[in-house]
Structures are given as structure tokens and as C-alpha cells.
Design a protein around this ligand. Structure first.
Ligand SMILES: Cc1ncc(COP(=O)(O)O)c(C=O)c1O
Length: 402
């Protein structure tokens, strides 16, 4: 310890560096964090039995119900990890030999296949082409042919920005499948999500996306119907068996400390603050804000003469926009636009590799962020020699917002 020297920030970063490092993060997650959320994590470790921690966990659980629009009949879970741990914990509801149907519109839908491959279940799958979603008709046909214990959907497929019509799909299949699971990692907190009204059994998300908290936690709400299937004998491993986490959730919600495995205490404090801000804004207002920013970004992309990846307008999402490039390489655009002070994300769908980029617009995004992003993108693309109409993107975004 004696040898460690701490330099004040001002002595190592010159003012020019500070300007150079100023960046607008328009990523698909993690996203920018509001200052209050950051401050909530600025404290020393606390014991998991401390009143401070139990209070934060208790109110987070209650706020998770609001976030997913679930009522008291739903059991909330907050577990370490993120989207993938929440997804894998769904194996807690399955027994050996159960039949599962995966509806996948891209990379994160495919993740369910990769998870279930590791477990002794029988898996079928319905797949959409990049930019599209699996039609409701074919889902209905499939579940009528075979009885599935569980079906998975991805609300917004982050790899392409395609939104799946969850409410309409669930209405069609509710009577045929026991447990309906929706991955809302790129939707919850930014798209309309109504776990209770839509009759979804398990809705899940991660802390680092549209809620605007740091990465580290997976959040789920589970219906009474699904909880009946949370049996001691299941195929889950040890850490992600929700049977082990249930007493912690129940105890904490009653204001009593409980332990299964150590929770990331700082992340819980920050999550609690982020969920408070979501509640203060109001979920409907939050959805409208995301809708407006997403619309402004799409207007700009189309205005400059490019296409978005999502093929059907009803599948445009509030959180992610994939942008198809004509001549330039995705990696060059991403490297160049950072120099303009904006960070975007690469396209990751294997069938469109290198041909598109993604703009993330979730968390605390504002209309001004849309204008800045479109203007930086126009400058970048022009410089790289892309076939666009410079100025027309910003014009379209401005018109959309005016
Ligand atoms: C739709 C979707 N599902 C699951 C995940 C996995 O989440 P995590 O990276 O937190 O494990 C992601 C990550 O971006 C995602 O976008």
C-alpha cells in the first residue's frame, strides 16, 4: 500500500484530453448511467444483513413488479449475472425430457438454443430471417401440433432491432403452452411491457439496458402458474436454481435478511436508484420518450438515404436501430464516428456481418442525442465515401422532432 500514489484526476487529464474523451454512448448496452445512480454506488461495502442493504433490496423487488407491470401474484427475482443468467435460470421450471419451443429472430433468440443444448430437454425451434420476426400463424400451428411445456420469445432482438409482437402472439398460444417466457432485455423500461395483462409467465431483463443501471443483475417476474412448476427436482444447476434464490427474495421482501450467495451490493444500490428514477418518470412517459427518440433516429437514417435492418415498420423497436450500409465497412464507420464523439455498436447477425451497424437508444436518451448522432453519422459516412445525401438526415430528424 505504501508505494501506491493516487493522482488527482486534474493532474493526469489535461483539459484537451477531457474534451477528446467526451463521448455520447449510443450503444445497445451497457448504456449511460444517470448521476444519481452512480452516486448510489459510491459507498463502502455493507453487510448483506445490514438494514441499509435489506431496505434497498426490498424496495428494488417491489419496483421490479412495477417495471414489468406485474401484480402481487407475480414473484420477482433479482439475481447476479445479467440477461444470460436470468435466461438460464428458467431451467428451474423444467424437468428431464420436457419439450421446449424456441422462437428466434436472431442472435439472442438463438442464445436460448445454446442454453437448452446443455440440458436434457427436447428442443424445437422456429427461426426468422435477419430483419424479420417469426409469424404468429406458424407459431400457432407449431404449438397445436405438439404440447410444449415452455416457449421462449425475444421481445426486441438486439442483433437486428426487430420487435416481436408479444401481446398478439401470447393471445394466440396461451391455451396450448404451459409456460410462456419473454426475454425483455432490450425492451423492458422502453417498450410497452405488461406481464400481467398479456398473461406472460416469465418476463426477464438485465440491469444494464433500458433501466440505466450498471451491468451485473438479472431481473425476472414469475407468474403463479409458472411458480407451481418450480419444483425441487428440476434440471437447473446449483447457482441458477431459483429454488435456492426464492427464500432470499421472500425474506428480503418481508424486510428480513437472507443469504444464498453474496449479492453485488453496490449494483443493488444502483439498481434501486435507477428503478426509483423509472418510477419517478412514469413508465408510460418513459416509453413515449424512447418512441420519440427512436422515430427521430429512423427519420434521419432514411433521410440520408439508408435503410434500417428491420423489414416491417410494425417491427421497428424503441431501443435499437440497425443501419444497412451500402459501400463502406461497418468497422470503419465505428472507428471513425468515435472520433466525432459518438460510440455506436457493431452489427452481430452472422448473415449480415460487416454490412450494418447498430444505434442503441435506450436509458436516458433524449431527442438532442438523436440529432447529435445523426449529424455525426452523416459527417462520418460522407468522409468515408458512403453514398448518402449529406444534411438530409439531420433535416429529417429535425422535421420529425418539430
Ligand atoms: C435480447 C438480449 N437477451 C439476452 C442478452 C444477454 O444479456 P447479458 O449480456 O446481460 O448476459 C442480451 C444482451 O445484450 C440481449 O440483448
Amino acid at each position: 500500500m505504501k508505494d501506491r500514489i493516487f493522482y488527482p484526476l486534474s493532474s493526469i487529464l489535461l483539459p484537451m484530453d477531457l474534451v477528446k474523451n467526451k463521448k455520447l454512448l449510443m450503444h445497445v448496452g451497457p448504456v449511460d448511467i444517470y448521476e444519481e445512480v452512480l452516486y448510489a454506488g459510491l459507498k463502502n461495502n455493507v453487510g448483506f444483513t445490514s438494514e441499509e442493504f435489506v431496505n434497498a433490496f426490498q424496495s428494488s423487488l417491489k419496483r421490479v413488479r412495477y417495471l414489468f407491470q406485474a401484480d402481487q401474484t407475480y414473484q420477482p427475482f433479482i439475481i447476479p449475472g445479467g440477461g444470460t443468467s436470468a435466461m438460464e435460470s428458467v431451467t428451474s421450471f423444467l424437468s428431464r425430457g420436457d419439450k421446449v419451443l424456441v422462437v428466434t429472430n436472431g442472435v439472442f433468440g438463438d442464445r436460448w438454443l445454446n442454453i437448452f443444448k446443455k440440458y436434457p430437454v427436447e428442443v424445437d425451434c422456429l427461426k426468422a430471417d435477419a430483419g424479420d420476426y417469426v409469424g404468429i400463424e406458424s407459431i400457432r400451428e407449431k404449438v397445436k401440433q405438439k404440447h410444449y411445456k415452455l416457449i421462449t420469445f425475444t421481445h426486441v432482438e438486439t442483433s437486428t432491432g426487430v420487435r416481436h409482437p408479444i401481446k398478439e402472439s401470447v393471445e394466440e398460444i396461451r391455451d396450448y403452452v404451459d409456460i410462456i417466457v419473454v426475454d425483455g432485455v432490450s425492451s423492458v423500461g422502453a417498450e410497452e411491457v405488461k406481464a400481467k395483462d398479456w398473461n406472460v409467465d416469465i418476463y426477464l431483463t438485465a440491469s444494464q439496458k433500458a433501466i440505466g443501471a450498471p451491468p451485473g443483475l438479472g431481473l425476472l417476474v414469475v407468474s403463479e402458474n409458472a411458480m407451481k412448476n418450480l419444483k425441487g427436482e428440476n434440471i437447473a444447476g446449483y447457482y441458477l436454481d431459483l429454488n435456492n434464490w426464492l427464500p432470499v427474495m421472500r425474506g428480503m421482501e418481508e424486510g428480513k435478511s437472507a443469504y444464498f450467495s453474496t449479492l453485488p451490493v453496490h449494483t443493488v444500490f444502483m439498481l434501486n436508484e435507477a428503478l426509483k428514477l423509472v418510477q419517478d418518470e412514469g413508465i408510460e412517459n418513459r416509453i413515449k420518450r424512447h418512441e420519440k427518440v427512436a422515430g427521430a433516429i429512423r427519420a434521419g437514417i432514411e433521410g440520408m438515404g439508408l435503410n434500417v435492418v428491420a423489414k416491417k415498420p410494425e417491427a421497428y423497436s424503441n431501443t435499437v436501430t440497425g443501419v444497412m450500409l451500402k459501400k463502406v465497412k461497418a468497422q470503419d464507420v465505428l472507428a471513425e464516428i468515435v472520433k466525432e464523439g459518438v460510440e455506436l455498436a457493431p452489427g452481430v447477425h452472422p448473415s449480415l456481418q460487416g454490412k450494418y451497424i447498430r444505434i442503441g437508444h435506450m436509458g436516458w436518451v433524449t431527442p438532442n442525442d438523436a440529432v447529435v448522432t445523426i449529424s455525426a453519422l452523416e459527417r462520418t459516412l460522407k468522409r468515408l465515401g458512403e453514398d448518402i445525401k449529406i444534411g438530409e438526415g439531420v433535416k429529417a430528424t429535425q422535421s420529425y422532432l418539430s
